[in-house]
Design a protein. Structure first.
Length: 262
């Protein structure tokens, strides 16, 4: 790492997907999902990455997590030696909690399987550890033997958050983690993530299409369009006086109380 204050450094990251055509599947071109992205992330901060669907923000996040192989560029994550062991440092919460949870596993199994596998929890201590995780996200231990379909969307996302922090990561990647939730539940989830960040000393990479959410949770913001960064900086400064036309467009789409309907 170049800076002692950085937990994540991304340099000239490119993720291109080949477009193949014909009987012999010859590559005719590339979809440049991420095309030359560079940014730093400081320890303990929440960095918001915002842009419309298809701008490359999710692909970038998946590359950081080691789920997508970069075409070019470097990703340096403090404490990891490469994509295969990034689970030790970074964990993720995705958009759809139902598809993120194995429907055949109980809450106990969902929360402790990875800990047991990686030697972070003895089998005889599973219930205690799982109960503590549930308490941290505002749920009772009496749900440990229930299955994902028995919960509401907000409760399932709390279980996903509990599972994500079970491996004691330094970086939590939230990829549209609240966009599928109702507004009241969304606010609760954001408060929960903020509380865990402070309690556990997490850094949070918050991916969203909603710049209105970013302005409430992020310390700094990166704005992406067509696989590139068009603006970045301190969140309050960027959102108060955006220099990029695209950022101004995103700001104009934020609903305002009392605004006239079009």
């Amino acid at each position: 790492m170049e800076s002692p204050d950085s937990i994540l450094e991304v340099r000239d990251l490119k993720v291109w997907f080949p477009v193949k055509k014909g009987v012999f599947a010859v590559t005719r071109g590339y979809v440049k999902a991420v095309d030359g992205v560079s940014f730093d992330m400081r320890r303990g901060e929440t960095l918001g990455v915002v842009g419309e669907s298809g701008c490359g923000k999710t692909t970038m996040a998946r590359a950081v997590l080691g789920l997508v192989r970069p075409t070019a560029g470097t990703i340096e994550l403090e404490g990891s030696t490469g994509p295969r062991d990034r689970w030790r440092v970074a964990q993720a919460v995705f958009q759809d909690p139902l598809s993120s949870l194995n429907p055949r596993h109980t809450v106990l199994e969902l929360l402790t399987e990875a800990m047991v596998y990686h030697g972070l929890c003895p089998r005889n201590a599973r219930r205690g550890r799982a109960a503590a995780l549930l308490e941290a996200v505002g749920m009772s231990a009496d749900v440990l033997d229930r299955y994902p379909h028995e919960f509401s969307g907000g409760q399932r996302q709390r279980i996903c958050i509990a599972r994500a922090v079970s491996l004691r990561p330094k970086l939590l990647v939230c990829d549209e983690a609240v966009s599928a939730l109702d507004l009241s539940v969304r606010a609760q989830a954001l408060d929960l993530i903020g509380g865990l960040k402070a309690k556990l000393g997490l850094s949070v990479l918050f991916i969203t299409h909603d710049i209105g959410v970013v302005q409430h949770v992020a310390d700094r913001v990166v704005v992406m369009k067509d696989g590139r960064i068009v603006e970045s900086g301190d969140c309050a400064g960027v959102l108060k006086s955006p220099s990029a036309e695209y950022t101004r467009y995103l700001m104009s789409a934020v609903p305002r109380i009392g605004a006239a309907a079009v």
